[in-house]
Design a protein around this ligand. Structure first.
Ligand SMILES: C[S@@+](CC[C@H](N)C(=O)[O-])C[C@H]1O[C@@H](n2cnc3c(N)ncnc32)[C@H](O)[C@@H]1O
Length: 233
């Protein structure tokens, strides 16, 4: 497609070819999830906030029998459907809708890499997650509670710039939660302030209130990128 970029995403189940407008291409966070996610054969799976579809396509490759990817952005869905065709994935469907509202039936697996950067005001719908980063994560937890079968799993990508305590608190009554992976995600302050002027100052104010976790070492500023697996009791 005109103006689109192409990349090959290496996964444990072989390469996935991805084409999309450059701003929609999957990134390090998607690859981090791909490196750790465990799929069981026969899973009925969903990915709210599917973007260009790489994680959803991987779910099919890894053995899920049904996969539903959802997104609110119509341009994203064009790219995701294109990528399903490109990779000959026939068990994935991409639908427009908020979180899991457009997905029917019980689920065994939900994989979510949703916007959760907190900010003083809304910015990119790809990244903004509300004043403390939990605007989408808390409704997702509520949906996962009602949609996952007992033993079903929610795999959640969660950076320490969001109020993780609120998310884990919402999961705690109904899910057994395990931290599956963690790494330092280094960033330039200019990179974040380009998303929303004043973003880093805002994060410092959240850190001062003990709501989020930022760090700094010899390599620079960082936050912690984490992957949690929450199993429905
Ligand atoms: C950070 S991107 C992640 C995309 C994809 N999961 C990946 O790994 O490349 C987040 C996506 O969530 C979508 N999104 C934002 N709010 C949403 C909502 N309420 N329901 C579904 N998708 C949403 C955005 O349009 C964007 O495509």
């Amino acid at each position: 497609m005109r103006g689109w970029a192409r990349q090959v995403v290496e996964t444990p189940c072989g390469p996935i070819l991805e084409e999309a407008p450059p701003r929609l291409l999957s990134d390090h966070a998607t690859r981090f999830m791909l490196d750790h996610l465990r799929v069981r054969p026969g899973d009925r799976a969903a990915e709210p906030g599917c973007g260009s579809g790489v994680l959803s396509l991987y779910l099919e490759r890894a053995g899920a029998t049904l996969v539903a990817g959802t997104d609110l952005d119509p341009e994203v869905l064009v790219a995701a459907r294109h990528n399903a065709h490109l990779n000959a994935c026939t068990r994935v469907r991409f639908v427009r809708g908020a979180l899991l509202e457009a997905v029917a039936g019980p689920l065994d697996l939900i994989v979510a890499l949703l916007p959760h950067k907190p900010g003083p005001r809304p910015f990119s719908s790809r990244f903004y997650g509300g004043p403390d980063g939990t605007d989408l994560l808390l409704p997702l937890v509520a949906q996962a509670r009602s949609r996952l079968v007992p033993g079903g799993r929610l795999w959640l990508y969660l950076n320490s710039i969001a109020d993780i305590g609120r998310v884990l608190g919402a999961l705690e009554p109904d899910f057994a939660v395990s931290l599956r992976a963690e790494k330092r995600r280094y960033y330039q302050q200019a990179e974040m302030d380009a998303l929303c002027p004043g973003l880093c100052d805002y994060w410092q104010s959240l850190q001062a209130r003990g709501l989020i976790e930022l760090g700094r070492d010899a390599a620079g500023h960082y936050f912690l990128a984490r992957i949690y697996e929450a199993s429905r009791r």
